[in-house]
Design a protein around this ligand. Structure first.
Ligand code: GTP
Ligand code: SPV
Ligand code: MN
Length: 600
């Protein structure tokens, strides 16, 4: 295809990468349906994609990855700032020059036998002053298709970029060149050498060796979180791992709520929620990333920079997330789900009964003794525009004004169902101490409790201590009366028998309803060490089947557990050294003082 831009920086860079990586040819992506279909056909022929039964799921595909390439690899993800202290204690750091040298060797000839695709993309609507343009150069047609769903892609982006416009270069290679006479494999990758590198100062991303999710769709975590968070620090805004939802009360009040939960801890489900309480309505603005800045009215406005959902499949069902199922009826790429005998998809939790004749995510006949049929991090990739519950304002360039920010994680004990921070500063403290049990969204074992401040542990592109300071400074320069209120939530508390105390999903609307009652000044609250929790009578429990004692337990804070929590927070804070804002150390002191008063 002929060149579609006269941007010399872009043209020079494409040429440089072509020389380094040595692809057989170069294809520019125009964002058209024709090109999408052509690439999809090519992937079907190569065995990477299987076309699903068109009578059941039109224009949809199933992919299954190399079993060594199934999730983000945090241990191989680097922030390559000049100073190690700018990456901070929570990131892997490598000197930028050393990393460039190392990766240049990896990239040398890495695209032999393949096509280099040029994918111009916009995070945020094309032309919005808040959008960021990136160009991904990749040798994976699967990545091209996924990027076309997850972002605005093609000629319109190049037109917006123009001759001199700036973009974030995102270089991606699966790292498996095809030698002459050699057959390609369905899912090429190089797990032993995988590296995901970010250069925040020059705003560049280099990814090698993985074709999966956040490792490879570089607009998402790499650009819209790691690079964008560093840009946001410099420019005075916030780039966050947050869903954005629109909530309408039976009285017609509209509130926009943002929420940060760690990976696979419920953002997509909350953003798509169908309320279990009558008269309430939830619509989706975004399910994974929020860019927030103050508007002229002094309120904090949030934009979803993505155009699609890359959501967790397992657990998604008619009961838990009917809106997701309605969104997934056509034009979907499923990765690492199971395949049914009649060429449709299945995953654990979709139905109570396991269908006969399943093929697992590994492409084998299903045998319950050899693990789940779908990988726990199996995902769907689908355009947000076709979601029936999408809010009409979801792509408004100025975004939506946020009334409340939620922080949450998987905590089997201690953290109450919901509590309201006393102030912005207290809210930043609650965000900074978020901990959660690890999930299958990243490599490593599942279920270990770890601190994941603001759900940004794997995604903050600079020193996390400075990030806390940035949040505090953001509140300090705002009109306090217009700041969103901050809440800690926990859908995952367990009872003594090990089962969840709270039904979750649609019932989470009961918590949202209480939050709106708080925002509107209609209800009081009970003081706890984590802030204000509901008076039980104020929670709407119509139709909720839960023992009153369980509800009481859910809203309570065990002070004995809190003693060890304070020690653990102190240890967590100590890792930041002199980058820890003194306000947070002060908040911890206050928590401890309260504890002494009551325990004695
Ligand atoms: P990422 O896309 O990785 O950032 O994840 P996410 O935060 O969007 O998580 P998602 O909503 O996809 O949920 C992940 C898993 O948690 C799914 O298996 C859900 O079924 C489950 N889940 C979500 N919400 C709830 C809830 O309220 N209660 C319980 N028990 N499980 C939930
Ligand atoms: C997450 O892990 O938080 C995700 C999936 O949203 S990925 O894009 O792979 O990072
Ligand atoms: Mn995520």
């Amino acid at each position: 295809m002929s060149q579609m831009t006269s941007n010399t920086r872009l043209l020079d860079w494409v040429e440089e990468v072509r020389e380094l990586c040595g692809p057989d040819d170069v294809v520019w992506c125009d964002g058209s349906q024709e090109q999408f279909d052509l690439l999809a056909d090519k992937l079907v022929a190569a065995g990477t994609l299987k076309k699903l039964n068109p009578a059941k799921r039109p224009n949809s595909y199933w992919a299954h990855s190399d079993p060594r390439d199934v999730a983000r690899v945090e241990s191989r993800t680097y922030i390559c700032s000049r100073l190690e202290s700018d990456a901070g204690p929570t990131n892997n750091w490598r000197n930028p020059e050393e990393m460039r040298k190392h990766m240049t060797e990896l990239y040398s000839g890495s695209m032999a036998g393949r096509t280099l695709y040029v994918v111009p993309f916009s995070m945020g609507p094309v032309g919005s002053p808040f959008s960021m343009i990136g160009v991904e150069l990749t040798d994976s047609p699967y990545v091209v298709l996924s990027m076309s769903i997850m972002a605005a892609v093609g000629q319109a982006v190049l037109d917006e970029l123009g001759d001199r416009g700036d973009f974030v270069p995102c270089l991606h290679s699966v790292g498996q060149p095809i030698k002459p006479g050699e057959q390609d494999v369905p899912w090429p990758c190089d797990p032993d050498e995988t590296v995901i590198a970010h250069f925040p100062e020059s705003r560049e991303i280099w990814s090698y060796g993985s074709g999966y999710g956040g490792n490879a769709l570089l607009g998402k975590k790499c650009l819209a979180l790691r690079i964008a968070s560093a840009v946001a620090r410099d420019e005075g805004w916030l780039a966050e791992h947050m869903l954005i939802l629109k909530l309408t009360s039976p009285r017609g009040e509209v509130h926009y709520v943002a929420g940060a939960f760690p990976s696979a801890c419920g953002k997509t489900n909350l953003a798509m929620l169908v309320p279990a309480v009558g008269g309430w309505k939830v619509e989706t603005v975004g399910d994974d990333i929020a860019w927030m800045r103050f508007g002229e009215d002094g309120r904090l406005w949030a934009v979803n920079p993505e155009a699609g959902f890359f959501g967790v499949a397992p657990g998604t069902s008619q009961r838990t997330n009917p809106n997701a199922l309605k969104t997934l009826t056509k034009n979907v790429i499923f990765t690492n789900t199971a395949l049914t005998h009649d060429d449709d998809v299945w995953w654990e939790g979709l139905t109570d009964e396991v269908p006969e004749g399943l093929t697992t995510w590994k492409g084998e006949a299903y045998d319950p003794a050899s693990g789940p049929a779908a990988h726990p991090n199996a995902r769907f990739t689908v355009s947000a525009a076709q979601a029936p519950q999408i809010a009409q304002e979801w792509q408004r360039p100025e975004g939506v004004p946020i009334s409340a920010i939620l922080f949450g994680g998987r905590r089997a004990s201690l953290i109450p169902l919901v509590s309201e921070a006393h102030s912005w500063e207290h809210g930043v403290f609650l965000g900074s101490i978020v901990a959660s049990e690890t999930t299958a969204a990243a490599e490593g074992s599942v279920g270990n409790l770890r601190r994941d401040p603001f759900a940004m542990l794997p995604f903050c592109g600079y020193n996390m201590g400075d990030y806390f300071a940035h949040w505090l400074a953001t509140g300090a320069r705002a009109d306090v009366s217009k700041l969103p209120r901050i809440y800690l939530v926990n859908w995952f508390r367990k009872g003594s028998d090990g089962s969840f105390l709270w039904p979750g999903f649609g019932d989470n609307a009961r918590v949202l309803a209480w939050i709106v009652d708080r925002l509107e000044g209609r209800v009081g609250a009970v003081e706890t060490p984590f802030g204000r929790t509901p008076k039980l009578a104020d929670l709407n429990t119509d139709g909720l089947s839960i023992e009153p004692s369980a509800l009481e337990e859910l809203c309570s804070v065990d002070r004995r557990l809190l003693v060890s929590e304070c020690e653990s927070i102190e240890e967590h804070f100590s890792t930041f050294g002199d980058h820890l804002p003194k306000e947070l150390a002060h908040q911890l002191d206050q928590l401890r003082e309260q504890l002494l008063e009551v325990v004695d």
